[in-house]
Design a protein around this ligand. Structure first.
Ligand code: THU
Length: 139
């Protein structure tokens, strides 16, 4: 992926940390999702006193985009850390990987994990979710 675009996505994901609602874990996550046409949707994690209704940053971004008619995606950038301090990569949880599997080609969809504009790594969905179950299995 183009380095400038990756850095733009890292900055956008990092900006979302300020909206992250985390009174329970204090673990803040931000995401920036890129559609195939180049439009960007953002997301943050949103926690809940009942815990299980918590929505991850990645799913917030996907659900915002899908609810506005988007169906095709090329990449997502995810950043996160305790109190919003980015020390390690915040890799998507299993549920978020499964949501990606619903809308993305695992061979080509790129997952950018970053701790800064300079420090990032890019994985395909297939690398993070090998042998994933998706819409093709039901076709
Ligand atoms: N979280 C995300 O937003 N994305 C992930 O993929 C991992 C976990 C959030 C959920 C919860 O608000 C907090 O991080 C701690 O699990």
């Amino acid at each position: 992926m183009d380095r400038e675009l990756v850095q733009k996505m890292i900055n956008l994901a990092t900006e979302q940390l300020k909206y992250s609602y985390t009174p329970y874990s204090h673990f803040k996550v931000g995401a920036a999702l890129l559609t195939k046409e180049g439009k960007l949707y953002t997301g943050c994690n949103i926690e809940n006193a009942a815990y299980t209704p918590t929505n991850c940053a990645e799913r917030t971004a996907f659900f915002k985009a899908v609810s506005e008619g988007e169906r095709e995606f090329q990449a997502i950038c995810v950043v996160g850390g305790k109190d919003g301090v980015l020390t390690e990569y915040a890799a998507p949880c299993g549920v978020c990987r499964q949501v990606m599997m619903e809308f993305c080609n695992p061979e080509t969809f790129q997952i950018i994990l970053a701790t800064s504009e300079e420090q990032y790594e890019i994985f395909t969905l297939k690398e993070l979710l090998p042998l994933g179950f998706g819409p093709d299995n039901l076709a």
